[in-house]
Design a protein around this ligand. Structure first.
Ligand SMILES: Cc1ncc(C[n+]2csc(CCOP(=O)(O)OP(=O)(O)O)c2C)c(N)n1
Ligand code: SF4
Length: 351
């Protein structure tokens, strides 16, 4: 992998957030991806989201697998913890890190090849266990790093750069995340920063498994006629369900949601999502309806974007395991190894 460090110099009047950081403090090294790659736009949206949320970079852990998408954590949040895992194995490493230290903010970045093929089982179990994370799939419908083979999210009937037709059914990761119990599910497009940044902000603040499927055209291997992940195709078929804004916590706000109105969805930590409903009768609090809506629009050839589902009362893996409040990596020897008497008591209770 090539690393090019960015110069630290920046304009003295660059805006600062409440921590005194500028946007530059959330950047990483210079990207080595192809010019115009959708993944770089997603990195830029992550930088903007973290800057606007006033997140201390050292409190974030970014984990990825292998692929062009999984290289991107090098290009943002240079002052954060980072772990580039094995192809498809990011979710289990993220789960382990989260169990050891629940105090960090976990951001998983993956590709459609990484998550929908070799890592499908890992993706499924991290989501169904409710690991507290924001999991972003940078979905370009191909294996970019290994030169453009169809991935499992390539739509049936779509064409490769060389004109080969894909005969296999595509996996819809948004539908899977809904079925698996993710408590925050959204889809966006790398070229729509106005929609993507608030979705990332809300996903980072959500407690539990948050998932964003972000369509991200591969300008090298999947931006031609016949591809359903190209810039032109997505622009023509994009069907946004809502317009999002994230408002800082200001106490509980009741939810009132009707077509054409704005709904404020309070999350577990008191933060609020402000949703402007554009779609008739669309309600993001109903998992079954979200799945039905997704499939109905898909049948019409439309790509649904926006916040599809959120559970305002979601918990996470630590809640279901009933772990102690102190992160496990901060416990001392006496707490971690309570001694043979305690072990004997536990064994006796299980007999
Ligand atoms: C275990 C293993 N199998 C296969 C590979 C080869 N490989 C590297 S990246 C990649 C595909 C990446 O595709 P995707 O996750 O869609 O990311 P993109 O490059 O398109 O962003 C493959 C198959 C590998 N590195 N490790
Ligand atoms: S090959 Fe495709 S996915 Fe990889 S950097 Fe180039 S445009 Fe992006």
């Amino acid at each position: 992998m090539t690393y090019i460090t960015k110069p630290q110099l920046h304009h003295p009047l660059l805006a600062e957030n409440s921590l005194g950081f500028t946007r530059r403090d959330y950047e990483g090294s210079v990207s080595t991806l192809c010019a115009g790659c959708g993944h770089d736009s997603i990195s830029s949206a992550i930088i903007q989201a973290c800057f606007e949320l006033d997140l201390p970079p050292h409190r974030i852990a970014k984990l990825s697998g292998i692929g062009c998408s999984s290289k991107t954590p090098d290009y943002f949040l240079g002052a954060s913890h980072g772990f580039n895992t094995v192809h498809g194995r990011m979710p289990s490493v993220l789960t382990g890190a989260n169990l050891a230290n629940k105090d960090l903010i976990y951001l998983g970045v993956s590709g459609d090849g990484d998550s929908a093929s070799i890592g499908l089982g890992q993706f499924a179990h991290a989501v169904r266990r409710g690991v507290n994370m924001l999991y972003i799939v940078e979905n370009n419908g191909v294996y970019g790093l290994t030169k453009g083979q169809f991935s499992a999210t390539s739509d049936k009937g779509s064409k490769s750069k060389r004109g080969v037709v894909n005969h296999d059914a595509g996996i819809d990761l948004v539908g899977m995340a809904l079925q698996l119990g993710a408590t925050y599910v959204a889809r966006s497009f790398s070229g729509d920063k106005a929609q993507l940044v608030p979705l990332i902000k809300a996903g980072l603040m959500h407690k539990g498994a948050a998932f964003i499927d972000c369509i991200s055209p591969c300008v090298q291997f999947n931006n031609h006629q016949g591809s359903t992940k190209s810039f032109d195709y997505v622009r023509e078929h994009n069907e946004a369900v809502n317009r999002l804004d994230v408002i800082p916590p200001r106490g509980p706000i009741s939810v009132d949601y009707a077509p054409g109105e704005t709904v404020k969805v309070a999350q577990h930590d008191g933060s609020v999502l402000s949703l402007h409903k554009l779609a008739e009768l669309y309600n993001p609090n109903n998992r079954a309806q979200a799945l039905g809506y997704l499939q109905a629009r898909q049948a019409r050839g439309q790509v649904v974007t926006g916040l599809l589902y959120i559970d305002p009362d979601s918990g996470d893996l630590h809640d279901s395991l009933e772990t102690v409040d102190t992160p496990l990596n901060q416990l001392g020897q006496a707490d971690l190894v309570p001694g043979s008497a305690a072990l004997a008591a536990i064994n006796a209770a299980l007999r």
